[in-house]
Design a binder for this molecule. Structure first.
Ligand code: ADP
Length: 164
């Protein structure tokens, strides 16, 4: 039987526990999961470079033997074809995510025939968003419990907090 491969694309700026949970659940469903850090043209002024994001994700998923990481600046469907993925994985937090995600899934299907699989986040992470984490960190708040340790370390380097 052929290997099942899923592509999980996202900006991951930065990668957080909600993303990690989706990767872990996808890794249990597919032979291989490829996490792709994407440059999203709709999201300007990224906090971390593509290289920083890729290395933080790699450290954060090191415990999962069937997960690999790529960083991309081309169409997601092209990367899916390059890595041999049959499915694109996207996480859903709330109904508000759905409209945009549905449109993207339909466009990707139209472009290449690829299917998108939505994995709903568990309720403990449904409020988590990279944008919020960037804001909280920039104003000195601690997000240690919300991100994997390699990401927490990088955020602390970027935004040193007094008294630490
Ligand atoms: P993008 O710019 O592609 O939306 P993000 O890094 O914001 O990149 O999100 C990547 C993927 O992870 C998307 O499918 C998004 O819906 C999902 N995601 C974001 N936050 C969470 C969360 N808290 N729980 C589960 N999935 C999430």
């Amino acid at each position: 039987m052929s290997q099942t491969i899923a592509l999980y694309p996202g900006s991951f700026d930065p990668f957080h526990n909600g993303h990690l949970e989706i990767v872990e659940r996808a890794a249990a469903l597919f032979d291989t999961v490829v996490v792709a850090a994407v440059r999203n043209p709709q999201k300007s002024n990224p906090l971390f470079t593509m290289e920083e994001r890729q290395s933080m994700i790699a450290e954060s998923v090191a415990h999962l033997s069937n997960v690999s990481i790529v960083s991309i600046s081309t169409l997601v469907v092209v990367v899916a074809q390059q890595v041999g993925a049959q499915v694109i994985i996207r996480g859903l937090r709330a109904v508000s995510d759905f409209e945009n995600e549905l449109q993207m899934a339909q466009m990707n299907n139209k472009l290449s025939g690829i299917e998108t699989l939505f994995i709903p986040t568990s309720s403990k992470y449904s409020f988590l968003a990279s944008k919020l984490l960037r804001e909280v960190s920039a104003y000195g708040g601690s997000v240690t419990d919300l991100v994997p340790p390699p990401v927490s370390k990088k955020l602390d380097e970027k935004f040193p907090r007094p008294n630490e």
